[in-house]
Design a binder for this molecule. Structure first.
Ligand SMILES: *Cc1c(COP(=O)(O)O)cnc(C)c1O
Length: 399
């Protein structure tokens, strides 16, 4: 059978089974419980013999449509959902890891994920090894020592580093590890970790999937067996996606392909423009030929995505002048929305670190994360130009 393309899937996938009364849109089913007059039918649904719903913490029709859409976009056997991206990550790790187990990951994972690795898992006597993100040999060496879970995220926050998923998944498989990839930055439009050998793919649906910065959510896709055990952990522990958010995410996802294509295009143009600006010290974007992960990104991604970052001369003082001048950018701790969003790493993703720690992680104090929106590129570049022009000369006398 001919496979549908991603743009078509984003629109149609997952919806049909939930439609009723001739409605063309999935309803928001707010009912917490689902009642049955027939005791036998109720029993069959409760034990999973018959399709249906019992209680909103377990399953819900609107939520099921969201799960089905992301399942099809990621090309997975099964999918489940969560109240937030962090719930997806913590519930997955909670399902898979026990005292005495070992996790191998990278230093540049999302801030919340890093806290799980450095603060919470050690308390449960789970051994965590965090490798240098770009160092494939080091990661392979650590994997070969044995681990239960290999946890990756690519591209990373905020310097958009790239890890070779196929190569790491091969090493993980050899060591008998479950390979997890946080695919939030790339989205299924630009990268399909399962096709590259990963076992589970996680999303913060809050970001690009929803795409409008108006709903929190998370998802996990993978084999039926793994996803069912993670679903079971979630249905008991209770980090359930609520139906209204599921609806907003579903609606957002219909335009995922359009948005991500445009965001990738805009990010590339902004990155190229920033390279020509004197005040800009460095630009990090995997689409640029001089980015250390460029060749791998070209291989494993369809496009380079909507996220980039850049460092300005004069550090924080320059940011203080520059950021308020932007007319078409929200200054906020979020990403992946239709609006362009900017945020300094020192106040967003890496606020808990000292300046020295940030420096050790290769994050200059003047680093700005730039999440390209879907605005017209001429306006985004004009906006940056006019903001750079307002910077007082005095900022750079010493730099
Ligand atoms: C935002 C984010 C998360 C966490 O998602 P929430 O929905 O905010 O809990 C996880 N991973 C990445 C890469 C993110 O950007």
């Amino acid at each position: 059978m001919r496979e549908t393309k991603m743009g078509t899937r984003a629109i149609w996938a997952g919806e049909k089974d939930q439609l009723a009364f001739g409605a063309t849109q999935v309803p928001v089913v707010h009912s917490v419980s689902f009642g049955y007059d027939d005791m036998d039918e109720w029993y069959d649904v409760a034990i999973g013999k018959k399709k249906g719903h019992i209680y909103g913490r377990n399953t819900n029709p609107t939520v099921e449509a969201f799960e089905e859409k992301i399942r099809i976009l990621e090309g997975a056997e099964a999918a489940t959902s969560f109240s937030t991206g962090m719930a997806a990550i913590s519930n997955t790790l909670g399902t898979l890891l026990f005292p005495g187990d070992r996790v191998v990951s990278i230093k540049d994972t999302y801030g919340g994920t890093n806290k799980i690795f450095t603060e919470f898992l050690p308390k449960q006597k789970i051994d965590v090894t965090l490798c240098d993100t770009g160092d494939h040999e080091e990661i392979e060496k650590e994997i070969a020592k044995g681990c239960k879970v290999l946890y990756l995220e690519t591209p990373t926050n905020p310097t958009v580093k790239i890890t070779d998923i196929a190569r790491m998944a091969r090493a993980g498989k050899e060591a008998g590890a479950i390979v997890i990839v946080d695919n939030t930055f790339a989205t299924p439009i630009n990268q399909n970790p399962l096709a590259l050998g990963a076992d589970l793919v996680i999303h913060s649906a809050t970001k690009f999937l929803g795409g409008h910065a108006d709903a929190l959510g998370g998802s996990v896709c993978g084999s039926k067996e793994l996803v069912e055990s993670i679903y079971h952990y979630r249905e008991i522990n209770g980090a359930t996606l609520d139906p209204m958010s599921a609806y907003l995410l579903l609606r957002g996802m219909k335009t995922l392909k359009l948005r991500v294509d445009r965001q990738s295009e805009n990010a590339m143009a902004v990155a190229r423009y920033l390279q020509t600006v004197d005040v800009v010290e460095s630009v990090f974007y995997p689409g640029l030929e001089d980015h250390p992960g460029h060749e791998i990104a070209k291989e494993q991604m369809n496009d380079f995505g909507g996220m980039l970052s850049f460092a300005v001369k004069g550090g924080v003082d320059t940011l203080r002048h520059l950021l308020p001048k932007l007319k078409y950018a929200n200054r906020a701790a979020n990403l992946g929305s239709v609006e362009t969003i900017v945020g300094p790493s020192r106040t967003t993703s890496h606020v808990e670190c000292t300046p020295e720690e940030r420096a050790a992680m290769g994050i200059p104090e003047g680093l700005i994360r730039y999440s390209a929106g879907i605005e017209d590129i001429e306006d985004l570049i004009y906006d940056l130009e006019q903001a750079f022009q307002t910077l007082p000369e005095s900022l750079f006398v010493n730099s």
